[in-house]
Design a protein around this ligand. Structure first.
Ligand SMILES: [Fe+2]
Length: 214
């Protein structure tokens, strides 16, 4: 999806969405889940003269972090991750990259991690951004909430018509159910943009998603 502030890029064979969110009043921007190919992202940033302020990871999985070191070499900004997800992201076994025959994290010392917790906020330009801890797919999965714009980047917690799988290390179906309750307590006009496939709205999702039972 592309509006004037949100730009999405499908960056690998798992069809992971990497997002760039740009502040409405400046060229400040953040990158969410740099999961692979970076050439198109670099071109886009250059063409639009964006000032990348932060990278945010919704969770640690390989297909959401594969391009991280590439990005950080050009933009040595802080990388935001939930504090409980940090031990997973820095472990190539737990971030599933070794499982797929590759080490995603090779140069740990080039990354400035910012470990966050539920309800913590930061800014992209003047846009306030809130972290919602939504464990279930992994223990430290987060959603990224732009409250005043009714926008939620939902990672692999909630998809259009589905939810994240819970059979990877630290996955937990009860936690996922609680996290879904938390997400669906947000205004129903909220648009959510998942880690894979299309965006959708909470109102519609409440009616059609078979995993949403409340
Ligand atoms: Fe995942």
């Amino acid at each position: 999806m592309n509006n004037k502030q949100i730009f999405s890029f499908v960056v690998n064979e798992f069809a992971t969405n990497c997002y760039i969110y740009k502040d409405s009043e400046s060229n400040n921007a953040i990158i969410i889940d740099p999961g692979g190919e970076t050439k198109e992202i670099f071109n886009f940033i250059e063409r639009n003269k964006l000032n990348i302020e932060k990278v945010v990871l919704t969770h640690s999985h390989y297909d959401h972090i594969k391009g991280l070191e590439d990005i950080i070499r050009f933009f040595p900004v802080e990388v935001i991750i939930h504090q409980e997800e940090y031990p997973l992201v820095v472990d190539n076994q737990k971030n599933l990259s070794l499982f797929l025959g590759e080490k995603c994290i090779k140069n740990l010392d080039i990354i400035k991690w910012k470990k966050v917790k539920d309800q913590e906020t930061f800014y992209c330009g003047k846009q306030k951004i809130k972290i919602l801890h939504t464990p279930g797919h992994t223990i430290g999965s987060i959603c990224i909430y732009l409250e005043n714009n009714n926008i939620l980047f939902s990672g692999d917690t909630l998809f259009c018509g589905s939810v994240g799988r819970t059979d990877f290390p630290t996955g937990n179906i009860d936690m996922l159910d609680e996290s879904l309750k938390k997400i669906f307590s947000l205004p129903e006009e909220t648009m959510f943009l998942p880690g894979h496939n299309n965006y959708c709205y909470l109102k519609k999702e409440k009616q059609h998603n078979p995993f949403v039972k409340f």
